[in-house]
Every structure is written in C-alpha cells, then in structure tokens.
Ligand binder design. Sequence first.
Ligand SMILES: Cc1cc2nc3c(=O)[nH]c(=O)nc-3n(C[C@H](O)[C@H](O)[C@H](O)COP(=O)(O)O)c2cc1C
Length: 339
Amino acid sequence: MCDNAAMASLEKDVPLGGAANAAPLALNFCGLSFASPIVLLSGCVGFGEEYTRIEGFSNRDAGAVVLKGTTGAPRLGNPPHRVYETPAGMLNAIGLQNPGVDHVVRVVLPQLDFTETRFIANVSGSTIEEYVEVTRRFDASPIDAIEINISCPNVKEGGVAFGNYPDMSAQVVAACRRVTKKPLITKLSPNQTDIRENARRCIEAGTDALAVINTIMGMAIDVEERRPVIGNVQGGLSGPAIKPIALLKVHQVYEVAGPHRIPIVGQGGITTARDALEFIIAGATAVGIGTALFYDPLVCRRINEGIAAYLSAQGVANVTELVGTLRTTKDVADCALSG
Ligand SMILES: Cc1cc2nc3c(=O)[nH]c(=O)nc-3n(C[C@H](O)[C@H](O)[C@H](O)COP(=O)(O)O)c2cc1C
C-alpha cells in the first residue's frame, strides 16, 4: 500500500503520479506503472475480455482495466430493462450481476494477461463483512489493485447506502484496509451532499486513491405504458450528460486529496482527449473511460494520441505535470452560488 504520510514528504515536489523522464503518457499510480492515464471503467468492459474480440482494440492502450463489480455470492442482477439510452448518456441498473468472487478468482483471473495492463478488482457488498471477505479473496490473488464501490445506485442494500454517509464510508474503507496491502481505491458517489467530507474520511481511513464519480441516479418513463422504462425504476446516469458534474466533483475532491498526495481516477462522461485533459487539469491523475466505449470501442487510442499531441504542443514532458494545474484563485466554497 502507499503510505500516505511517507509519500507526502518524499514526493513534495514531484507531480502526483510523476516519474521523471518517463514516456509522456506513462505514470506511477500508487506504485503501479500505468502506460497511459486511461483506466477502463468497471461494468463497461466485463471481466477484461469483453472488447478484446474487437479488431483494433487492445487492453494495452489503457493504463489499467477495472473488472465488473464483484460480490461474495453470485448475483443475477436486476430485471429488464437494465439499460436505456438518454440524450447524451445512458441509464443503467444492472444490479451487480456477477459470478461471485470465488469464480472470479479461480476462473477469470487466470485467463487475464497481466503483461497487457494493470487489472483492478471492483468490490461490492451488502454488509461490511461482505466487503471485507471479497477484499480478502482478492488480496490473495494476482490482481494489481482493489477498488471498493461504496457508490452503486442499483442495489437495495450496501452500495450507495454506505457511500452516502461519511461515517459508513470510513468504516468500510478501514475494514478493507485491514485485510489488504494492495493499493486500495475508494469509488465515491456523486449522490451526496458534501463529497469533500466523504473523501476526507476515506483518506483518514486509509484509502490510497479515490475514484470520482460513479453514476448519478435518474429515471425514464414510457408514456404509452405509463411505466418506468428501467425494471429497477431508477438507474445510474452515465456518459457526456454527467461530465460537468463529474468535473466539479473532481475539482472539489482534489482540494482534499491533493495535499495528501492521494491520486484521483476522474471519470464521468469522458469521450475525447479534451475531456480527459479537463479532468487532469482539475486534479485527476488518471481518467476513466466507460460509456464512451459503447459508442466507440477504439476511443482509447484516439484519446491517448490527443493527450500526447497536447503535451507536445504545450511543451509538457509528462502528463502528470498537468495534474491539478487549474488556474483559479477562487476557493470552491466561495463559488457555491450560481444563476
Ligand atoms: C453498464 C454499466 C455498468 C456499471 N457497473 C459498475 C460496477 O459494477 N461497479 C462500479 O463501481 N461502477 C459501475 N459502473 C459505473 C462506471 O464504472 C463509471 O463510474 C460511470 O459509468 C461513469 O463513467 P462514464 O460516464 O465514462 O461511463 C457501471 C456503469 C455502466 C454504464
């Protein structure tokens, strides 16, 4: 695990995730070497194999790939419809369908090629004990890092119920921290009042990194039937529609995480290199791509090329030098009013 305090003193003048003289897109994320700041997001790439059948797609274009959310026992997920396209985004309520941690560790992980990229597990649970048990199983596996999803809007218990309350979030993080030395990433919910307070508590509880943000709750109605379109009634909204919200959340969380040298995986609606650069400038060390893959499975290559071109044009040697370089004198708290 990255020892937060030690990192802070050692790396005071080094950019967050920085490695001197590395290739322009390469970076160090909690001790893991990423070839690119791109992270393929949980739920959008199955268990790492989903897109590898598509010509031209390669996991090597991503710094890391996050596997589908995994629970203690297998889950069938929610009734249909589970996904629905909306203007500039999509609603999903998959309900954490997965074969259970035992199957993932014994059957899925041995099939992954760990020379391609870094693979990150995504852990969910209905109780703290379940989070701990799944984390413990992944700790004893070849997985490179563990992301705990305390922000899933699509399951009745656990998930977002933990993530909405800083006390509960901290308890889940602390409990998982005790059973793994692998890098621990905590995925925060945007569906809460003060994401900064939650981030602060998760850092105190020992998380090594933060993923910001998960989907935002929404719904759609079939007016002919006068029924919700989504079987679960509500679902998580993702894609370009949520980008401005996600960007602000990253900006807010960076205020708290930056001084502790805690890296952020910024995500929510990124589809272009320019989007990715916005998140990096706001404070993200890595950038997540999820829904964009549904539109264009080869989007990563285009984003990598666009970031590299920007770095070259700006005379910046490595992408980590851009992290949190937003030029503003305003404190986020001073900007609360709009309209
Ligand atoms: C179909 C689908 C399934 C998802 N499943 C998970 C999941 O199992 N665990 C999780 O932490 N996030 C899950 N997410 C959230 C994404 O990982 C990501 O945080 C979110 O979609 C925002 O990024 P995007 O706008 O680039 O898609 C899912 C998203 C989608 C669209």
